[in-house]
Design a protein around this ligand. Sequence first.
Ligand code: PSU
Ligand code: MN
Length: 309
Amino acid sequence: MWTSGEDCVYSNEVITALSQSKPLVALESTIISHGMPYPENLQTALQVESVVRENGAVPATIAILQGKVHVGLEREELEHLSKKGKSVWKCSTRDLVYVLAQRLDGATTVSATMVIAHRVGIPFFVTGGIGGAHRGSERTFDISTDLIELGRTPVCVICAGVKAILDIPKTLEVLETQGVTVVTYGQEEFPAFYFASSGIPSHIHVDKLEDISRMFAVNRRWNLSSGLLVAVPVPRKDKDISDRIQNAIQEALEELQRKQLTGEQVTPFLLQRIADLTGGDSLKLNIELILNNAAVGAQLAKLYASRSD
Ligand code: PSU
Ligand code: MN
């Protein structure tokens, strides 16, 4: 545990969980500030935390507030982040030192949340979707730090696969280059965030959480530096919504080209445009999949904590 009270603030719930050795699940905060509009972001963040509790673990939402790392957010802090939205810093690994040194507010992305979760000893982390290699990244070099962090930080990240706004085969190639074990839970195909199906077979798939728990135990026993990425297919398969989201993705990508947005603005722009163009349907699916991931992640954290090997 990171004991310096100067740098790190734990929520009351997390302090109790640590003292009772209860399984914890880390949650990111960029999905709250940049990934969804208010008030859906606040409602979802609270629901995700409840689902983690209902499934036998304790949620630790991670963010930076006035230059302090918070592990577990109190209700007012969640409200603050939800309302400030995109005006807080989108903090990935490269931004951590700046946001901390300047005592700013920062919502942590998958990469920065992994760094902090590992530092404070939380091995499981639930999110919606990770960043990846963007389409055209062979020209733009726009490849998310999330993939690099997965290669050097041994945290188990539970997500719904890789968004179809990204280049999925390239993303999987980069993960392989970084030495990240990627496992799909419950089906053979690798899932594509809004869609359970991507047309791309998974390198590894398992049907039991017990298998994932054992894989992560081997990762830790071997003291690997890389993480374990668990891809959980979105539960709902609705052809009509899928078609509309596919069309919205195409349109949003064309708009992105015209606007010439780059860097950290790309993912939030695409998510918001797809939500607008589908009249909120993509947002509903996004919420469903993250709640499902929260249930799976909490069950996995609980199983891992109770293993006897
Ligand atoms: N995918 C989502 N919602 C999100 C993100 C990804 O469906 O909010 C966020 C995550 O925090 C992820 C980040 O780590 O976007 C990746 O951003 P970039 O593509 O700029 O690396
Ligand atoms: Mn990027």
